[in-house]
Design a protein around this ligand. Structure first.
Ligand SMILES: [Zn+2]
Ligand SMILES: [Zn+2]
Length: 411
């Protein structure tokens, strides 16, 4: 059946995803996110839709869904874990908009209505929507993250964000034979260094900093990275603290052990880390040895308080374990050794190191995944370097969609 596809955002960038699928007398919306930049950026406004599909809870995929489900009261298909974490993310992004003085893109009432729209599905569940059957599969990105398989005359896969290698929290995604493959391309042109080598040098650095009497600060994203790092460090025996939104996400992960590769390991990690439950406890953490805390790009969250207290001691270290976008404190720290705090640029005397713990597949892993999926059409999205895939994909019809430019596919 011939269907029309239109990207509303996220085709040629990592951020603000959104795509409509139209035909068979209905319109579907696959993801609707935001870019948490300053000011935040949103996708093209979605027309009325009948159903929404959400792959996972990161803001670039879920951040604007309340504007649609709150308006259209349409079913939202996603895993129950992604729905619960998305709810936290949505309230948090409203809070940030308010605090920063940006217009709020939806209301708390919209979030409440959105949560009532959730039709929870788990991996391998299938729903029938007219002539199209939709099945969820594990995307191997963060716990609860799904790929969607649309089955009509042929198979169409929409990956969302994926990793194909196993991580501490989840197993890697498995390719599925299809005719049309919508795949993320975040790491176009780049491969990850060897994971074990990264882990070894990360832990060696932590030992070194603690040996010289310093404190290790690890700024982390709340969803996935905080828990990956906690699991990695759980047997080191140091005095370790965890702060920020990652704590409530850890509890949600533990509420849904079926989405975790090793729930026991996460439970154990939670037990050995001291949790910061109120701001009064933070001074204890600054006398400890390791602090894992949001925000991952140092643009907000408790990490700024820790930097204020610890930034002048060169024995201390900041170990960056996530992507640092342009125009963020994290990027400025890497490039210039300073950050903006309370409206002023301040020098950070601590050692700064960066480690690759990405939850996305690298270039070669993506190409491998594409070959094993054996598609006719490959549609690359969620990427600023999509052209770099072209030399490796000469056997396929590659589509590099542009936002707002409709195209048709036989599905
Ligand atoms: Zn993601
Ligand atoms: Zn993403």
């Amino acid at each position: 059946m011939l269907m029309k596809f239109n990207f509303l955002g996220g085709a040629d960038m990592v951020g603000r995803m959104g795509m409509t699928i139209e035909g068979d007398n209905k319109r579907l919306l696959v993801e609707y996110g935001m870019s948490p930049t300053k000011p935040p950026e949103y996708p093209i406004m979605a027309p009325r839709v009948d159903h929404v599909f959400l792959t996972h809870c990161h803001l670039d995929h879920c951040g604007m869904i309340p504007a649609i489900c709150g308006r259209d009261n349409c079913e939202l298909f996603t895993t129950p874990l992604s729905a619960e974490i998305s709810e936290i993310m949505m309230y948090d992004s409203l809070k940030i908009a308010k605090a920063e003085g940006y217009p709020e893109p939806y209301t708390t009432g919209d979030i409440e209505r959105t949560m009532k729209c959730v039709a929870p599905l788990t991996f391998e569940d299938t729903i029938e929507l007219g002539k199209i059957d939709v099945t969820l599969h594990d995307a191997g990105h963060v716990p609860g993250a799904a790929m969607f398989e649309f089955k009509c005359d042929y198979n169409t896969i929409y990956t969302g964000d994926i990793h194909t290698a196993d991580q501490g929290l989840v197993y890697g995604a498995k390719p599925i034979k299809c005719k049309n493959l919508f795949i993320e391309g975040t790491y176009g042109g780049r491969n990850h260094p060897d994971k074990n080598a990264t882990i070894n040098s990360f832990i060696a650095k932590i030992d070194e900093v603690i040996d010289r009497g310093g404190i290790v600060i690890i700024p982390c994203f709340a969803v996935g990275r905080t828990q990956e790092i906690m699991m990695l460090l759980r047997n080191l025996g140091y005095d370790m603290w965890v702060d920020g939104m990652g704590r409530s996400v850890t509890n949600l992960f533990l509420d849904y052990p079926e989405y975790l590769r090793e729930p026991k390991a996460l439970k154990q990690a939670k037990r050995v880390f001291n949790e910061i439950r109120n701001s009064g406890m933070r001074k204890h953490a600054t006398k400890g040895q390791i602090i894992v805390t949001t925000g991952g790009m140092l643009d907000g969250g408790p990490v700024l308080g820790y930097l204020r207290a610890l930034r002048e001691n060169p024995k201390n270290a900041i170990l960056l374990v996530g992507y640092q976008a342009e125009d963020t404190n994290g990027r400025m720290l890497m490039e210039k050794g300073c950050i903006t705090m309370d409206g002023e640029i301040v020098k950070i005397e601590c050692e700064v190191q960066k480690y690759d713990f990405s939850a996305h597949a690298g270039h070669d892993e993506l190409v491998n995944f594409i070959r094993k999926s054996d598609p006719e059409n490959v549609i690359i999205m969620h990427s600023e370097t999509r052209e770099l895939f072209l030399p490796d994909l000469q056997d396929y019809n590659v589509i590099l969609p542009e936002c707002g430019k409709e195209f048709e596919l036989d599905i």
